[in-house]
Design a binder for this molecule. Structure first.
Ligand code: ATP
Ligand code: MG
Length: 430
């Protein structure tokens, strides 16, 4: 993409009421725009990152047999009333339709997915089943002060699974746990995220959260020094020892809950009368699990943990572009630099490397460097008189100090080669 054509600009004046680091940084770099507390627009660069996170989630959900659907956000009161959540779900946005009917805006979708899947599942032969969606959710959060980490409107991937019995649910629950760690690894948060025991519900003693270490996190977790799993503060009073090794050797840390998985049992299938016929022809309640993960919260969390004083440092797989290409001109060599830089950009695009080409005229070299750092693509490529004298491009990784001269003819190969390395090593602990 040509930076000269990008309609957004980096911003120097931030909204006065914005206090969270992730939102300030993302607004400054022109990734998002703030409409109200906890309500943001995604601009071209921000949407690219968000879509890449969603793409990774889709790949991993499909890989474990999830089937993607899309449910409505406008959910009639009756559905919520069936499970007693019309009165009891504090964060539900309730609104009146023109037909005098009332609706709740989708804050979660058990009330939609349960009767939906019921229409297609009759016998044990139809189970297990797993459906998911990536959708905008609405919650009337009291404190929406953490930028993308706590939106009133935000994106969620919600997966729901349906089983004949608890044993089958347990098996799938393990599969989802592994899949979540793959997603988080690919998003650069693998090494920073702990499986955390949290409050369960009526059906199971615990639910499990995926808590990513971040100094600014709203949650407090206790990490077992032996098992590397954690316990949420909510349950530390009841659960004083590690559920795995039974020891008490914990380290306290601040973290962000990026995902949460639950065994629901028949909590929702019962009120909706969702049963199946077992092998003996007997009716049984369908056993359910639900699994949430927040792409927009993930994006905010990544900014909180992957940055330096100059700006964001995106992990390769979710960076808006692999590289920023900066054209730095002086009067003497003007014409040639234009031509060579254009050609490098075209060659990189042809080789499948996504590049943000800073082709802007009348923008100083200093500004170009500062903006490239702020935007945070994994590589910075500079074409200048100095580099052309050596028939080269200056290559620098966003998180390293060293620069390297790479022959123009080698740049595309070099970046596509490095693309594989990056996700495996450099950014896994950023
Ligand atoms: P929290 O305890 O932080 O309020 P929650 O436990 O209510 O979150 P869930 O209902 O488990 O959240 O939602 C599943 C996932 O959706 C969360 O793990 C998180 O990634 C995301 N999520 C939930 N609420 C928000 C929000 N207000 N803004 C952004 N993402 C959210
Ligand atoms: Mg939760």
């Amino acid at each position: 993409m040509l930076q000269s054509k990008l309609f957004i600009k980096t911003i120097k004046e931030l909204p006065k009421d914005e206090t969270s680091f992730n939102a300030k940084e993302l607004i400054r770099a022109g990734f998002i725009d703030k409409l109200a507390a906890g309500v943001y627009s995604f601009l071209p660069l921000g949407l690219k990152v968000h879509n890449k996170i969603c793409w990774i989630i889709r790949q991993e959900m499909d890989a474990i047999g999830g089937q993607e659907i899309l449910m409505p956000a406008l959910i009639p009161k009756e559905a919520w009333a069936t499970t007693n959540r019309w009165e009891n779900f504090d964060a539900l946005f309730r609104l009146a339709g023109g037909d005098k009917k009332e609706y709740g805006l989708g804050a979660t979708h058990e009330e939609v997915v349960t009767p939906l899947v019921k229409k297609f599942v009759f016998s044990y032969k139809d189970l297990p089943a797993a459906v998911y969606q990536i959708q905008t959710k609405f919650r009337n959060e009291l404190r929406a002060k953490a930028g993308l980490i706590r939106g009133r409107e935000f994106s969620m991937k919600d997966l729901y699974s349906f089983h004949t019995d608890e044993k089958d649910l347990d098996k799938f629950y393990e599969v989802v746990t592994k899949s979540y760690f793959k997603i988080l690894e690919r998003c650069g948060l693998g090494g920073l995220t702990y499986l955390t025991y949290a409050l369960g519900g009526t059906f199971s003693k615990y639910s499990h959260e995926f808590q990513t270490l971040a100094k600014t996190g709203e949650d407090t977790i206790y990490i077992c020094q032996k098992c590397k799993i954690a316990i949420n503060k909510e349950i530390i009073e009841e659960q004083k020892v590690c559920p795995q090794c039974k020891k008490k050797d914990f380290a306290e840390a601040k973290a962000v809950e990026v995902g949460n998985i639950f065994k629901l049992g028949a909590r929702f299938s019962k009120p909706f009368g969702f049963t199946y016929m077992d092998e003996k022809g007997k009716k049984q309640d369908v056993v359910m699990g639900c699994y949430g993960l927040g792409p927009s919260r993930l994006m905010g969390t990544i900014v909180e943990v992957c940055h330096d004083g100059q700006g964001m440092i995106w992990p390769e797989e979710i960076a808006p572009f692999v590289a920023s290409l900066l054209k730095i001109k002086n009067q003497k060599s003007k014409i040639k630099i234009d031509k060579v830089a254009d050609k490098i950009y075209e060659d990189l695009e042809k080789a499948g490397v996504e590049v943000l080409y800073d082709d802007r005229e009348n923008v100083s070299a200093g500004e170009k460097f500062a903006e490239a750092d702020l935007i945070g693509c994994p590589y910075r490529l500079v074409v200048s008189e100095k580099t052309l004298a050596r028939d080269s491009v200056e290559v620098k990784k966003r998180d390293k100090k060293e620069v390297e001269m790479v022959k123009i003819s080698e740049v595309a190969k070099r970046l596509t080669h490095n693309m594989q390395h990056i996700t495996e090593s450099d950014f896994s602990e950023c």
